[in-house]
Write a protein that binds this ligand. Structure first.
Ligand code: DNO
Length: 355
């Protein structure tokens, strides 16, 4: 398990590279060019600027999260070919700075969805919260407004300019079924995977968060069966998954550890975090510890360990604790605590193995 840490870039993150350097066992940054719109080819000079910065602090840049997929690709429009070509050029450029994994998602219109970014927990910390009934009665536009008004940072996947395009996008998705979305993903993968293979970069699709349809939009990366199916669309080790325990874990019907055991060879990137799911379907993000949420994180780590996991892993969203002012879910303290929990479980398992 190679530990990496998500960082949003200079001026765009409350956490500094010096602070990340002091977390035990973190070897690389999980990064992106957040100001390049989805569908555009990434400029080499900006990639190299990032590389210089990472080098200066002794981090590698092997994991990108995300190179976003243009909506026309997900919609299967004729204009998709142009955006797929741009995606290929970006892959070629990223190979030049040593990138090995590209995380992306195939969620229509919205990336992750939450109703509260700073929901207060019993211990006084705050965390990202999903109120299922509220979402079901809410207009999509209000949710975008709510997210933007409550974060001091522009949130990837929720850029304010999205608001202007929402109505036509919903209209465009009206006749797109899950089956269509699978076909559009296949079309994308058939073109992208050979380029990824040639450049030794693994593509790792992120599950849908939450892992079910929201606002009537189709969502396909939701379950064991659908992940099995998408891995078969192009059956190559370069067509992989970012197995996110928190996204999949928001549906208690998903056995995350069993998925790790089944798909281990196809998980170049692991997102490890916990989530507490309530009976009515609401959920809140908790500390990483098994006992604090619904997902048995210790067992998830054990599943990776059993399979001799050598891929990349990052702690995922944490709570906002000790009065930290940070991006929702991406503070320093709780993610650093999360890392120490993951290492603790991992090292204990190593010790037992060597006995
Ligand atoms: C949320 C993240 C997602 C993820 C994308 C990958 O914090 O886990 O936004 O980065 O879905 O493309």
């Amino acid at each position: 398990m190679k530990m990496v840490f998500r960082w949003y870039g200079e001026g765009n993150d409350s956490v500094t590279l010096k602070q990340i350097k002091q977390i035990p066992g973190v070897e690389g940054l999980v990064w992106s060019l957040h100001d390049v719109p989805a569908g555009e080819e990434w400029p080499m000079d900006k990639i190299l600027d990032y590389k210089r910065l990472a080098d200066k602090h002794g981090f590698h840049l092997k994991v990108v999260e995300s190179v976003n997929v243009h909506e026309d690709i997900k919609l299967g429009l004729p204009s998709r070919d142009l955006y797929i070509e741009n995606y290929k050029r970006t892959i070629e450029k990223l190979a030049k700075v040593g990138v090995k994994v590209i995380c992306y998602n195939f969620m229509p219109i919205f990336d992750w969805i939450r109703t509260d970014l700073f929901k207060e927990m019993e211990d006084g910390s705050t965390a990202l919260f999903f109120d299922k009934a509220k979402i079901e009665s809410m207009a999509a536009e209000d949710l975008v407004r709510n997210i933007n008004e409550n974060s001091a940072f522009t949130m990837p996947g929720w850029e304010p300019e999205r608001l202007q395009r929402i109505a036509p996008l919903f209209e465009a998705y009206k006749n797109v079924s899950e089956e269509d979305l699978f076909n559009h993903l296949q079309y994308f993968l058939e073109q992208i995977i050979p380029v990824a293979e040639a450049h030794d970069i693994k593509m790792a699709i992120h599950p849908d968060d939450p892992p079910y349809s929201v606002f009537g939009l189709p969502r396909i990366v939701t379950s064991r069966d659908n992940i099995h199916r998408l891995l078969g669309l192009v059956d190559s080790p370069y067509n992989g998954v970012t197995l996110c325990s928190g996204s999949l874990g928001a549906n208690p019907g998903n056995d995350v550890a069993a998925m790790v055991r089944e798909f281990a060879g196809r998980i170049p990137f692991a997102h490890i975090r916990n989530v507490k799911v309530y009976e009515n379907g609401d959920f809140i993000e908790t500390s990483h510890r098994s006992g604090d949420g619904t997902v048995d994180i210790a067992d998830v780590v054990r599943a990776y360990h059993e399979n001799g996991y050598t891929g990349f892993a990052r702690p995922d969203h944490g709570r906002h604790i000790w009065d930290e002012q940070c991006r929702p879910g991406y503070g320093l303290y709780d993610r650093a605590l999360g890392i120490m929990y993951l290492w603790g479980v991992w090292d204990a398992l190593e010790r037992v193995k060597k006995r």
